[in-house]
Design a protein around this ligand. Sequence first.
Ligand code: SME
Length: 159
Amino acid sequence: MAEDLQIIAGDKKQKYEALLPQIEALICGEPDPIANLANIAAALKQTFGFFWVGFYLVKEEVLVLGPFQGPVACTRIRYGKGVCGTAWKEQKTLIVPDVDQFPGHIACSSASRSEIVVPILREGQVTGVLDIDSDTLNTFDETDRYYLEKLVAHLSGNK
Ligand code: SME
């Protein structure tokens, strides 16, 4: 397996189209979930330069910080709290164009301006979330939702 990531020039859709098969190649054959989540966070950060990319994993009824790339972050998020805890509760992807407008947003960094959180579902249960923060407003849209949900679907059998 080549560990070099090929980052193509192009729009967001083209970047995701090139990235997803590379991530699949990176994680297939590696049974350790932490290794795979770490590489996924790195690949997303490397490709898009997002401010913060990481995972929170459900452990004993709380989301606990998992592999991530970016500044240090809060370690525990309760069910229904913040964007992450709400995505867990609602079992759906949340796109937040302006974090200041999201009631109860948990500000791990004051530099974060917009956010997307994608739940990882396994047999109808949320086992964790993928959380991406941007330092600009309105970064995430339906293209991000589509490809990140597709990416996260690969993890369902891998946790
Ligand atoms: N903003 C998140 C907390 C996690 S940090 O962004 C890394 C939330 O409101 O759940």
